[in-house]
Design a protein around this ligand. Structure first.
Ligand code: PLP
Length: 472
């Protein structure tokens, strides 16, 4: 490098520093980041600003590269910087930039609804679009309630969901969400929320190693709750195929089959909340397909467009849709931007790319390698459990592998936010350290990731978690 180049490089990086500092300052002054303690940002701890992405990587305002180990927020299935998705959006914006689905239809929404019905399980043939996941969940609860009324079942309004589960933040969705600190400031919430245990097999001591026994017990918790409340008061059960919050709780064998039977026995609708688990995250179009059950409704969003445009959907089976197609019955619900033509065009292109590039096959082909590499972390005393499937994994951290003693309060805070999150970020890996349940690190990279990226993720985690062990 010549002296002039060095000088110019120095100038450029100084400019980047100044620009970043000013952007961070303006963000602190005017932008409200979600779920963020705004007072934590300071001159010493700048707001992280991402400016571009390419494949599995994103780059910050100083040009530093990070592997996006969380796909943004479980969203960027095809990775970043894809011009084919950008072109699909631009083309549709030039054709018909906006028109509502209130009374009218437009070609991208029609094509997408048909496409989704084609890949959805069973007879889930009807698609109600939203702009994201919370709205899909909110819409599902409202639809369930109106469905029961139309069927003459006026008493069914309650909803069952599992401990620690996250289903969104609008008032209805928040009521279904079970993360207590997220709920408390907004109480009283919508009446009728019933909570049951989740499928955390790692901590289900009373069932020993018998996953089948645990499965029956877990499903029966739903039946017990129904009988306690009176089944004639319950509208729906909301479950994720793999529960995210708490750290990737997979269902024990036969769990969903038993839940399906219980729902059918008591006339309760089964909603599979697949806002994370659909569109390849588990190696299938839908998580319910992976676990071989057919729900009455599926909620999805995120990976539907790989994040290139906002879109969510509620997919409904023929039974639930039927009464809305009789007489003058109307689902009295709508959202201005739901099923936006640009978002639908992007989703159509996204699905086409999944097929052309065999993304589902790729995830299924690589998940064994991913699992095996992650399980190598169990040689660290701080790693208690590795769980998940596809490209969706949780690593539970413990004080002691044998007793499974966890980290509480201040200790968890110091470990996760004081050390792990900043250190992983410093080393160029974005993932999530989470203590909505027991402390976990979560990994859900773009589905295009291959051996090289998986190795980087696991090697970085190994080295940082080993260091965390030394810090304790
Ligand atoms: N449901 C589940 C299972 C989710 O994981 C999320 C978000 O992470 C939501 C619903 C809410 O989706 P959104 O943030 O798009 O409103």
């Amino acid at each position: 490098m010549t002296t002039t180049e060095q000088y110019t490089d120095g100038m450029a990086s100084n400019m980047l520093d100044d620009e970043t500092h000013s952007m961070s300052e303006r963000a602190r002054r005017h932008l409200w980041m979600h779920f963020s303690s705004m007072s934590n940002y300071s001159d010493e701890f700048e707001v992280p600003i991402m400016v571009r992405g390419e494949g599995a990587y994103v780059y910050d305002s100083r040009g530093k590269r990070y592997l996006d180990g969380l796909s943004g927020l479980f969203t960027s299935q095809l990775g970043h910087g894809r011009t084919d998705l950008a072109e699909a959006a631009a083309h549709q914006a030039g054709q018909l930039g906006y028109f509502p689905l209130w009374t009218y239809a437009h070609p991208p929404a029609i094509d997408l609804a048909e496409r989704i019905a084609g890949i959805a399980p069973g007879d889930l043939n009807r698609v109600f679009f939203t702009t994201g996941g919370s709205e899909a969940v909110e819409s599902a609860w409202k639809l369930a309630r109106q469905y029961h009324r139309l069927m003459g079942d006026h008493g069914r309004y309650k909803v069952i969901s599992r401990d620690i589960a996250y289903h969104g933040t609008t008032m209805g969705a928040l009521t279904i969400t079970s993360v207590i600190p997220y709920r408390t400031p907004f109480e009283p919430l919508v009446p009728g929320a019933i909570k049951v245990p989740n499928t955390n097999f790692y901590r289900a001591r009373e069932h020993g190693d018998d996953a089948t026994d645990f499965s029956v017990w877990s499903a029966d918790q739903i039946e017990d709750a129904l009988l306690r409340e009176g089944p004639e008061t319950v509208a729906a059960v909301f479950l994720e195929p793999v529960q995210n919050a708490g750290g990737c709780f997979t269902p024990p064998p036969g769990y969903f089959q038993r839940v399906r039977e219980i729902c059918d026995r008591y006339g309760v609708l089964l909603v599979s909340d697949e806002v994370i688990c659909a569109f390849g995250r588990l190696g299938e179009w839908f998580g319910s397909t992976k676990y071989d059950y057919v729900p009455d409704m599926i909620t999805c969003a995120k990976g539907l467009t790989s994040g290139y445009a906002p879109l969510g959907a509620l997919i409904v089976n023929d039974k639930v849709a039927a009464p809305f197609f009789e007489q003058n019955n109307t689902f009295l619900h709508g959202i201005t931007f739901a099923g936006h033509p640009v978002s639908c065009a992007v989703a159509l292109k996204n699905i086409q790319i999944f097929e052309d590039e065999k993304i589902l096959e790729h995830v299924r082909g690589k998940e064994g390698y991913f699992k095996e590499r992650l399980e190598s972390l169990l040689d660290l005393p701080i790693v208690g459990d590795i769980r998940g499937t596809g490209y969706f994994w949780g690593i539970e951290l413990v004080r002691d592998q044998g007793s499974k003693e966890t980290f509480h309060g201040e200790d968890a805070e110091r470990l996760l936010r004081g050390f792990l999150s900043p250190e992983l970020f410093r080393r160029g890996l974005i993932c999530r350290s989470d203590d909505r349940g027991d402390p976990v690190v979560q990994i859900a990279p773009p589905l295009i990731c291959d051996t090289e990226e998986i190795d980087f993720i696991v090697d970085t985690l190994h080295s940082v978690l080993a260091e965390a062990t030394n810090h304790l």
